[in-house]
Design a protein around this ligand. Sequence first.
Ligand code: LR7
Ligand code: MN
Length: 584
Amino acid sequence: MRITNVRRGRIIRISSVCAILLLLIYALNKWSRNNIEAQPVISDYKASSYKSHPDEYPVLKTELGNFEPKDRIVVKGPGQEGKPYHMVGRDNDIADSESIYGMNIAASDDIAMNRTVPDTRLDECKYWHYPVNLPSTSVIIVFHNEGFSVLMRTVHTVIDRSPPNILHEIVLVDDYSDKENLGENLDKYIKRWNGKVRLIRNTQREGLIRTRSRGAQEATGDVIVFLDAHCEVNVNWLPPLLAPIYRDYRIMTVPVIDGIDHRTFEYRPVYQHGTNYRGIFEWGMLYKENEVPDRESNLHKHKSEPYKSPTHAGGLFAINRQYFLEIGAYDPGLLVWGGENFELSFKIWQCGGSIEWVPCSRVGHVYRAFMPYSFGNLAKNRKGSLITINYKRVIETWFDEEHKEYFYTREPTARFLDMGDITEQLALKDRLKCKEFSWFMENVAYDVYDKFPKLPKNTHWGMVKNKASGLCLDTMGKAAPAYIGTSSCHGTGHSQLFRLNEAGQLGVGERCVEADTESLKQAICRLGTVDGPWRYEEEHNQLIHRLHGYCLTLQAHARTLGLAPCDPNNTYQKWTITHQKANW
Ligand code: LR7
Ligand code: MN
């Protein structure tokens, strides 16, 4: 095995990457948006005529797999073999690139388009033989203001590492970029592929979700594969993704994602070698990953076989095109970014399909330092977080009453946000005769409860305001674990939005509040727990910690927080927890 260094489980890495992104977006909470224009769902597609081949399974043999490349050209230069590229004496270039693109485009510019990357697969992946008549495939890459060389490397790797007779086309969809080098320059560059790479452009900013639906409509292959515009596909990535779809057109497949460092472009696995993970979610609809539970892994003889997953990160997957359109593509009411991964997953599972993760298909993705683009005009005139609104549309369409409550408990402001009209989505669910959410939880996403149990109700939520100082508890925008601070009360965004539940957990977002006599801290809540040490004493407005029965106290002089013996006359120990609807 080339890669032997064992890395931490993906749960931690991915949650921190996604959590940072989400935090940034929450910081954009004041974005508002246009009233969503009711757009018809794409429903004029007849039941799929696409054939499945239920008996055609891949076969593991002792000789090299039928789609394995015979030789491997190693290109010399920066970043070769996926090694980190450390630029010397170019701090300004790096800083400029990072601030404009969220990644070091200057480094990417120096790295060969066809550099090799380490083969991160399990060894046995090389010995699978796949059906020869795999469906023709359109790879769809949507982009908004991406770095030219990163976008083009995505295309080059797909061309170089996919069987030419199966790769029908690559469809690039420009979501109204305004970077000059993505104009004519790009039209010219792709001419080298003689029409195999097509470029279409939106005439206004649509966001990645609608742009992907458009790409699907424009594509002409049997299967569509979506990739983000900053990927490098690995050796023999495509046939293993297509084989399950060939067998059953209602299976959506997901490659295992490797990480490409946004600063050095080092290519490395993010998962521990040989351990399989799958996509789940917590009740605030943050995307999470979990080691594949025994109930699923016991069904498979080999670790390299595809396995079922409740959901996926969103960006990289393959699906039969006609099937995708039949189930309405994405809900067109979802705006810009976020939640579409859940919408598609719940829809597929509840309406008769399934999702499989494919360990033998590996694709590298650049995790950015931050989200470099704004949401543009799409965020106009609508108060509240656009992403939370997306989540609300999804849960109002697909969850049952019980599970909707868990979402509103974890994200209490969502109850008051205007999600637009979901009549069409509910009609689609009816028309496709989709199953209940409880069926999905019991049969597919059963491991969610282990990590994120059903949530006890909130007894209080909102700003936690100190009587003596008039200040409010605030996460101060820090990444957990960190101290909690105080700031003037504003109640906007999520930094002052705390919740105390019936079981004594004081939380903010996915974090829990912990305390000792010297400090008050925020840390990711321990998985599998929904309780905590806190009690709100209504009579004296005190927040009491079970340990010693001490009270949360603002030490007035130093403005620090911590536990101290309770004193009913001390106004620095008096707190109110309230919310003001006008703030979202
Ligand atoms: O308005 C936009 N229009 C676009 O065309 C905004 C973005 N885009 C393009 C963008 O150029 C890129 O090619 O859409 C693609 C995805 O946007 P990213 O790269 O900014 O998203 P992300 O990688 O931060 O976030 C993940 O979640 C998103 C939620 O909507 C999408 O589903 C992304 O595809 C998804 N990425 C992955 O799943 C890759 C890895 C895991 C993580 C986290
Ligand atoms: Mn991405």
